[in-house]
Design a protein around this ligand. Structure first.
Ligand code: PMP
Length: 366
């Protein structure tokens, strides 16, 4: 008898997660694509007073429909798209990870398939596994873009219920070509295309959001998060925009009162400070572009990035480079195709420390 009586396919597996090291031991943490800028004092005060108000009624369950938050998220999204988004088109949960798990709980399941194109976000196959959805993985091209003809052919052949398409992609930073969403929404027929825009706000000028296509594609879902551009990773608030019937369907699988009153109050307060929180996005995009240029000048291969991180390489022994950086107090991520490493974009000081450490480590290894 095996104890504990875990599902067979889960035995021996390790939980997903990057190393979390104490900040006083590793001062430069550029490994999980967080926003390096914390909220302002005014935003902190607003969150604290909103949470204090919520605390007075914590004996009651929270608003199960998170009505006020939905309206605030819809208003925010409407400012980031040529189409407008209504509250009935918005759904939210504890991080976009939970939103996507709920999507697979509702639209995946035994006998159904979920599909994406590797290299991509390593949680996707885990959502599939946990919902007993079959996982199908296509390939990206060598430059990490999608060959649309091949992608369409795979979707038409396998007929997935859910296609997961991050834009920009993690860990490569690659944005989807604008026509990709339309082509794959048509190819998938009755299935759903989920465009994961966790890093959408960092996209380069001229790259449209898939939100623009919601009015014309009822099988399109666009997921977003407050963890990255909004600097609210600790608040755990992810959300989606889609046809209202999709939001209604998710209600069937969500746990009752899944969004705590504290979470709702925190997210609403952060949304009131959206202009200030998002003002840093431009700085981060500039820092990202400068990081890409610097790495290229030093002769590294670097993936084009529309996100707040940069994938670079290639190293014969990437682990040694990762460890060398860590020994100098700089934590990045050993992820992606073999030989590549990913660095999140931090403050100018943090990026300076990263550059200095990388110069040392690569020269040592020559
Ligand atoms: N999608 C992608 C592509 C991500 O990289 C991440 C976080 N690393 C998420 C979704 C989930 O973010 P969260 O649950 O914090 O919203």
């Amino acid at each position: 008898m095996t104890f504990p009586p875990l599902r067979e396919e889960l035995r021996g597996l390790l939980p997903y997660g990057a190393p979390q090291l104490p900040i006083d031991e590793v001062p430069v943490q550029l490994n999980v694509n967080e926003n390096p800028y914390g909220p302002s004092d005014a935003c902190v005060a607003d969150i604290a007073s909103a949470v204090a108000v919520a605390a007075a009624t914590l004996n009651r369950y929270p608003d199960r429909e998170f009505t006020e938050l939905r309206a605030a998220l819809a208003a925010y999204l409407s400012g980031d798209t040529s189409a407008s988004v209504g509250p009935e088109q918005v759904w939210a949960a504890n991080g976009s990870n939970e939103v996507m798990l709920q999507l697979l709980q509702a639209f995946g399941g035994p006998g159904r398939l979920a599909l994406s194109f590797a290299p991509t976000y390593s949680m996707y196959p885990e959502y599939a596994r946990d919902t007993v959805t079959e996982w199908v993985e296509g390939r990206r091209e060598d430059d990490f873009t999608l060959d649309l003809d091949r992608a369409r052919a795979l979707v038409e052949e396998r007929r997935p219920s859910v296609v997961l398409l991050p834009s920009p992609n993690n860990p490569t930073g690659t944005a989807l070509a604008p026509e990709a969403v339309t082509v794959l929404c048509d190819a998938v027929g009755d299935g759903l295309v989920v465009v994961d825009e966790a890093y959408g706000e960092f996209r380069r000028d001229g790259t449209p959001s898939a939100l623009d296509l919601l009015p014309t594609h009822r099988n399109l879902v666009v997921t977003r998060t407050m963890s990255k551009a909004f600097a609210l990773a600790g608040g755990r608030l992810g959300y989606l925009a889609a046809h209202p019937a999709i939001c209604d369907a998710i209600r069937v699988v969500r746990l009752p009162y899944h969004l705590s009153a504290v979470t709702q109050a925190t997210a609403l307060a952060a949304l009131r400070h959206a202009p200030e929180l998002l003002a840093r996005v431009d700085d981060l995009r500039k820092e990202r572009d400068a990081t890409v240029d610097w790495l290229r000048d030093r002769g590294h291969d670097v993936a084009d990035s529309d996100a707040n991180f940069v994938l670079f390489g290639t190293f014969a022994d990437r682990h040694a480079v990762w460890q060398g950086l860590l020994d100098r107090g700089v934590l990045i991520r050993e992820v992606g195709p073999s030989g590549w490493l990913r660095v999140s974009v931090g403050t100018p000081e943090e990026m300076g420390a990263f550059r200095e450490a990388l110069v040392h480590v690569t020269e040592e290894q020559r």
